[in-house]
Design a binder for this molecule. Structure first.
Ligand SMILES: [Cu+2]
Length: 146
């Protein structure tokens, strides 16, 4: 499958998914993408254009949700927890005192308007392979991909 190949090429070690971590799967939190110690769950997620995706930190670790600015559609708005306008600014904020951190039980939302493939990662867990993909497509029947 194309997406599997894409993740493999990206060097991700986080493709092992364990069941459904979708909306309402954990207590009263209503979210689309959760987080373990060093992985987004699910790693791959698909939505129709105009959909708001909610990340929720289901772990006991601090994370970020940070777009890779060369790996989102050209016309798309940059996004990162903390609201910085570029990946470099997000990294600088994190290094300067964990700016943009998503602490346990905190959430972050972004609305995806432009179709295409969006890759993002967690700044403190980059080396651990904490990457994710949001596919924005009219074919919403593929949500979630796994
Ligand atoms: Cu993380």
């Amino acid at each position: 499958m194309r997406r599997r190949a894409f993740l493999a090429a990206a060097g991700s070690s986080t493709v092992a998914l364990a069941g459904c971590f979708g909306a309402g799967a954990s207590g009263d939190a209503d979210y689309d993408i959760g987080m373990s110690t060093s992985a987004f769950r699910p790693v791959e997620y698909a939505v129709a254009p105009g959909t708001t995706v909610r990340w929720y930190n289901t772990s006991k670790s601090s994370h970020t949700v940070t777009a890779l600015d060369d790996e989102i559609p050209d016309e798309a708005d940059y996004f990162t927890s903390g609201g910085h306008d570029s990946q470099a600014a997000a990294v600088e904020a994190w290094n300067g005192g964990h700016g943009g951190a998503l602490e346990p039980s905190q959430s972050y939302e972004h609305t995806f308007e432009v179709p295409g493939t969006y890759r993002y990662y967690c700044i403190p867990h980059e080396a651990a392979g904490m990457f994710g993909v949001v596919e924005v497509t009219e074919d919403a029947t593929r949500t979630p991909l796994d």
